[in-house]
Design a protein around this ligand. Structure first.
Ligand code: 5GP
Ligand code: ZN
Length: 113
């Protein structure tokens, strides 16, 4: 499959991977939108949040928990950070392999653009 994040998972394209286990990998976003901007990505391909099923509950929980753990390690947990999924083009999704953005290190505004 011609998917950027599958290629990163298969080591065909390099990335600065800061965490990896059997289910997920976490690497630096190539175009950071905050001082800390990581992508939390399942190793296996799922195109959008609309393609999740009940059996993915553990995976998605693990993605979010891992983001929270990494935020603590990065020292941004207390000041605050954002974990966000974009679903489909209307929300700004550009890579169609689900991922959570972990953003922190600056003041966030709400509502998002
Ligand atoms: P989306 O817009 O789909 O929610 O997020 C995709 C993210 O992937 C963007 O923040 C973009 O900067 C990042 N990205 C796109 N291409 C690459 C790449 O080749 N390597 C890395 N590390 N990040 C990428
Ligand atoms: Zn993929």
């Amino acid at each position: 499959m011609d998917c950027l994040f599958c290629k990163i998972a298969n080591n065909e394209i390099p990335a600065n991977i800061v965490y990896r286990d059997d289910l997920i990998m976490i690497f630096d976003d190539i175009n950071p939108q905050a001082p800390h901007h990581k992508l939390i990505v399942p190793v296996n391909h799922i195109s959008t949040l609309n393609d999740l099923h009940g059996e993915d509950d553990d995976l998605v929980g693990h993605m979010v928990q891992s983001g929270a753990m990494l935020a603590k390690e990065l020292g941004i947990a207390e000041e605050g950070y954002r974990v966000v999924f974009n679903c489909n083009a209307g929300a700004g999704q550009t890579v169609f392999h689900i991922h959570a953005h972990l953003l922190g290190g600056r003041q966030m505004s709400w509502p998002p653009g």
